[in-house]
Design a protein around this ligand. Structure first.
Ligand code: DOR
Ligand code: ZN
Length: 437
């Protein structure tokens, strides 16, 4: 039997309505007791005085790039980046090479994660074979082998009938289709938000309707089939209105927003910085403000980083040629705490909920809670600390972020997965030390 006691921290768990100075007692990787001044002998005691203790953070939208994109990231390096960022669970997108569209692919990711990952990694499988949009994958089989959702992310599910069928089938499995909602004809050769900035820079624009028209379609198909559609990385004010109305009508729609769409506008590309090229693009201030309101009122269920690593070589090209995406796992907590709680957009408890229990609910994951009997996935945060974003501090294999060189308040102190410390004070634990309990 192995035991751990986390003492005197401010335990904040929105799923259990907990906020107070409490102790957490962990037995064999499971939360066994939670209370004031617990008297317990433990193999390991962590003094969390003055620190915030929350359920391990969950990110339901990351790109770990393995197999096929190991120059950008691997499951090993992505899991280190996640652990350093306070994440204990991530769900990885299937736009790898080959695409995760078969039991073999899903099993491969799970096997590599079991060997190389410090944290829980759940694969998301493709909606269509090869993400080519023509033929749906074997949803039941993929679920059996551990897929937690389906997505062709990177690309939308283009064909409306394929989307309808996919929602009809996944409704029976009670699993969501996570759609990258954009109409390809409206995206065209666009690389930035269709607005003044793109016009001035001579860049092709992506109109808001590329997203909003697709979100409207997805909502109608979810209504018709009873399926659950999850809208990835919402970028427009109008999409928030459509989602809010659909929720009111009882349609099974959920949605996520990224830290970059919450913080940045198309002004970030004014210097042609390829670091700020993302899909969907950074939009106007009115969209950014609407996203903040929608996250606050629950229209947008959760924050997801869309951690999308790309190498320096790939990003050091003219803007139009750079692949879209930026990393986020290492420092998203600090960005969100500093900017969202700091600006009064979210309370601390709301922020924790949107990075723990709310994403867990979207994908029916068991984490996001410190309730007795749950796996002891716990993150300890120093709200007085600071997070520096530098090439030296980033644990991801890639450093593509416009936030490089910046500093934000609060700091991830310790990350614990199933009762074992996987990250503490700037250092990831060696895999050998945790892989054999
Ligand atoms: O910016 C993005 N990058 N958006 C996506 O949908 C895909 C992602 C990637 O895979 O790089
Ligand atoms: Zn996407």
């Amino acid at each position: 039997m192995s035991t751990m006691l986390i003492k005197n921290g401010r335990v904040l768990d929105p799923s259990e309505n907990l906020d107070g100075e409490l102790d957490l007692y962990i037995v064999d990787g499971v939360i066994s007791d939670i209370g004031k001044g617990l008297e317990a002998n433990a193999d390991e005691t962590i003094d969390a005085t003055g620190k915030l203790v929350v359920p391990g953070l969950i990110d339901i939208h990351v790109h770990l790039r393995e197999p096929g994109g190991e120059a950008k990231e691997t499951i090993k390096t992505g899991s280190r980046s996640a652990a350093a960022g306070g994440f204990t669970t991530v769900c990885c997108m299937p736009n790898t090479n080959p695409v995760l569209d078969s039991a073999t692919g899903v099993n491969y990711v799970r096997a590599v994660a079991a060997r190389d990952s410090l944290i829980n990694v759940h694969p998301i499988a493709a909606v269509t074979k090869g993400q080519l949009g023509k033929e749906i994958t074997e949803f039941g089989d993929l679920r059996f082998h551990g897929a937690v959702a389906f997505s062709d992310d990177g690309m939308p599910v283009y064909d409306a009938e394929i989307m309808r069928l996919a929602l009809e089938y996944t409704a029976m499995l009670n699993m969501p289709i996570m759609n990258h909602s954009e109409i390809p004809e409206l995206v065209g050769e666009g690389v930035a938000h269709h607005g003044r900035v793109a016009m001035k820079l001579g860049l092709r624009g992506v109109p808001r309707a590329a997203e909003t028209a697709s979100v409207a379609r997805d909502i109608e198909l979810a209504a018709e089939t009873g399926g659950h559609v999850h809208i990835c990385h919402v970028s427009t004010a109008r999409a928030c209105e459509l989602i809010a109305e659909a929720k009111q009508r009882g349609i099974r729609v959920t949605a996520e927003v990224t830290p970059h769409h919450l913080l940045l506008t198309d002004q970030a590309i004014e210097t042609f910085s390829t670091m700020a090229r993302v899909a969907p693009p950074l939009r106007g201030a009115e969209d950014r403000d609407a996203l903040r309101q929608a996250l606050r009122n629950g229209t947008l269920d959760c924050i997801a980083t869309d951690h999308a690593p790309h190498t320096d070589i790939e990003k050091n090209v003219p803007f139009q040629e750079a692949p879209p995406g930026m990393i986020g796992l290492d420092f998203s907590w600090a960005l969100m705490y500093h900017e969202m709680v700091g600006a009064g957009v979210l309370t601390l408890s709301e922020l924790v909920a949107r990075m723990t229990i709310e994403p867990a609910k979207v994908l029916n994951l068991s984490g996001g809670s410190l309730a007795k009997g749950r796996n002891a996935d716990v993150t300890i945060i120093d709200l007085e600390g600071t997070t520096q974003i530098t090439r030296e501090t980033i644990k991801s294999k890639s450093c593509n972020t416009p936030f490089l060189g910046k500093q934000y308040s609060s700091k991830i102190e310790t990350t614990i997965v199933k009762g074992r410390v996987v990250y503490s004070n700037g250092q990831c634990t060696k895999l050998e030390a945790i892989s054999h309990p």
